[in-house]
Unconditional design. Structure first.
Length: 453
């Protein structure tokens, strides 16, 4: 562990949050060559196998700029949606980048040579409260490496949260990544203090997990998840029964999240989503996070191919179908390899596989049918159902005003028995790039995605 000033520590620990955005393809070529979505990457050669370079690295924040509004923003302040649907900005920070584990995919693994440092709980609290007082963030996302015994790291995490809640009276949103291997009392205390606890499952299969993270044990991680889950569910039940909200933590629990690294193991999207669905069934889990594998320099997996960012995006889309659109796990359409097709989003894939369910009549279809039309989300379906009796829907323009993406929806709808569009669905969706043209770039990275999810 190197001796560093506080400014250097923050530089190092916050820089790990850079380039960790979920849900949207961020790599080049991920979305049909749409340059506005290529995240600023530069293509060096033409053709599907062309090489790309990432955008210039942003400078890490400097404490000498902390009097300037937004000095921490470029790397570390992230806008997220909480369970209640409100948006909040989080300061994302690592407590330490030191780790005794040696996970093959991770930039912080024990055997990798990089400067290591840690923030003491009181230091981390001071940094967060200073940023909060300046109005740069409303909440905190805290994650950490595991130097030494997991129970000691859990104690430090608990101390951060206890200082914030009990000494400084912070009542806002705190998301904490739980360390596997904490004892039951620690898990309960952490869950009681946090707004959201997340768990890195990494892989849906214990055997595959051991191949990429030899010291991790899926059963241990799931035991921690179940302990937290039981407490979250009990807390919600008590609140429903009238228990007053905790004075120090009035927001209650926002539910758990869990994270998977996609493409680091042989696990298919079907295996991942079946695991996700099974875990959702027990309740208490708000959503899943999927992180496309990236090869990290100087790790045993540095020569492995990156998983397409579009694969991560498709998993998020399928996860939305499972959580918000009423789809069952058995309704998700996979290709012959057991993965989600990259060339078409999961909802379109389902619609194209079920021509007997279309077209859907806008004026009479129930919400459950409308929400399955590509280009119509739950909000739009609700608006159509709520307004179609009082407002006359005359065509595509009216549908657009209600929120439908008519370029995708029109071929699946009728209005008063009349087809809205004569384009075949497959033609309508034909602007998607062939699967073999996406995700073909090969880069090595310094920072793993998923650290801050
Ligand atoms: S994934 Fe976590 S436990 Fe594994 S080396 Fe990285 S920080 Fe340590």
């Amino acid at each position: 562990m190197q001796s560093m000033g506080l400014e250097q520590k923050i530089d190092l620990l916050m820089s790990m949050a850079m380039d960790d955005q979920d849900g949207v393809p961020s790599g080049p070529g991920a979305m049909s060559g749409n340059s506005s979505r290529n995240g600023g990457w530069t293509r060096l050669a033409d053709g599907p196998g062309g090489r790309y370079v990432p955008p210039p690295r942003q400078l890490p924040p400097r404490l000498r700029h902390t009097k300037e509004v937004g000095a921490l923003r470029p790397l570390n302040i992230r806008n997220v949606r909480t369970a209640g649907g409100t948006r909040t900005t989080l300061l994302r920070i690592l407590m330490t980048n030191a780790c005794s584990f040696n996970c093959h995919y991770c930039p912080m693994r024990r055997d990798r040579n990089l400067p290591r440092t840690l923030l003491k709980p009181a230091e981390l609290v001071r940094i967060f409260l200073a940023a909060h007082a300046r109005g740069w963030c409303e909440g905190l996302f805290i994650t950490t490496g595991i130097p030494g015994r997991p129970v000691k790291v859990m104690d430090d995490l608990i101390e951060v949260l206890a200082l914030l809640r009990e000494r400084h009276g912070f009542r806002g949103y705190i998301h904490v990544k739980m360390v596997p291997g904490g004892d039951d009392a620690q898990i309960e205390r952490l869950t009681a203090l946090a707004s959201r606890v997340s768990v890195n499952l990494e892989a849906p299969c214990g055997q595959h997990l051991t191949q990429i993270a030899p010291e991790k044990n899926l059963a241990t991680t799931i035991a921690g998840l179940e302990r937290t889950r039981a407490q979250v569910i009990d807390g919600w039940a008590e609140e429903r029964a009238g228990r007053p909200r905790d004075r120090l933590h009035p927001g209650g629990s926002a539910g758990m999240t869990m994270q998977f690294v996609v493409g680091a193991t042989a696990d298919t999207d079907r295996t991942i989503l079946d695991t996700v669905t099974g875990l959702y069934a027990g309740g208490g889990i708000h959503h899943s996070q999927f992180s496309a594998f990236r090869p990290i320099r100087e790790t045993p997996m540095e020569d492995m191919k990156a998983a397409p960012a579009l694969r991560e995006h498709r998993l998020y889309q399928a996860d939305h179908l499972l959580r918000q659109y009423g789809f069952g796990a058995g309704e998700i359409a996979y290709d012959q390899t057991g993965n989600l097709p990259l060339s078409v989003d999961p909802k379109c894939a389902w619609a194209l596989a079920h021509p007997e369910r279309f077209p859907v009549e806008i004026r009479t279809a129930p919400m459950a049918e409308l929400v399955r039309v590509p280009g119509i989300g739950p909000g739009t379906a609700r608006r159509i159902v709520a307004e179609r009796h009082s407002v006359s829907i005359r065509g595509l323009a009216d549908l657009r005003k209600l929120g439908a993406v008519t370029a995708r929806a029109a071929g699946f709808l009728t209005l008063g028995g009349r087809k809205l569009q004569d384009v075949r669905w497959s033609e309508q969706l034909g602007f998607w790039q062939p699967e073999d043209e996406v995700g073909t770039y090969q880069l090595q990275y310094d920072v793993s995605p998923g650290t801050f999810r």
